[in-house]
Design a protein around this ligand. Sequence first.
Ligand code: GRF
Length: 223
Amino acid sequence: MADAALPRIAVLASGRGSNLQALIDAIAGGDLAARIVGVFSDRAEAPALARARAAGIAAEALSPRAFAERDAFDSALFARIDARQPDLIVCAGYLRLLGAHVVAARSARTINVHPSLLPAFKGLRTHARALAEGATEHGASVHFVTPDLDGGPVIAQARVPVLPGDDAATLAARVLAREHPLLVETVRACLSGRIALREDRVHLDDAPLAAPLQLTANNRFAS
Ligand code: GRF
């Protein structure tokens, strides 16, 4: 497909950027028919920006400190994102809260990857908290972004076992290995038009989804 005809993705990332890299690699490998039209960060030193530039993707950082108020920062950031005309906005390790005024108008085309089986363990330090609570299963979720932090409708999940002897680092690594294919598969499903957000519910092929899609061992969704 000619580049101009490909669906357009914008990515927001604050740090390491391994989820961004998974998208870059899936596109380069012919596994995801899309184009990343911009990577945006609140941190100029984020390795995610370097990953984007290495792949020839436009990358921009905007410092929250340059703005007196959070809303003004969000508005400026989303003006830049909107200028790229993305079909889908992917928050991949973006560590700032997004204001309701920028999120509400874009919920149906903004998704976030979160390292827990939502609604369990919203927020930070999910792996340590799962261990502290004695969870036997953990994982990652991709959800539509709403003003409710990590609370938007969940599209899909990948599950991993919690194993004896796990610490937060070993558990995080096991989750991350599944998070990457989960994000790629969810982006593919969203761009195909099969997934939609309507009346605050995830729809698959025009029917409300009763439970999040589950990533199988072959990195596709169970049908
Ligand atoms: C991931 O675990 C993601 O789920 C969470 O932050 C982490 C970002 O990792 N929101 P990376 O920057 O994509 O490597």
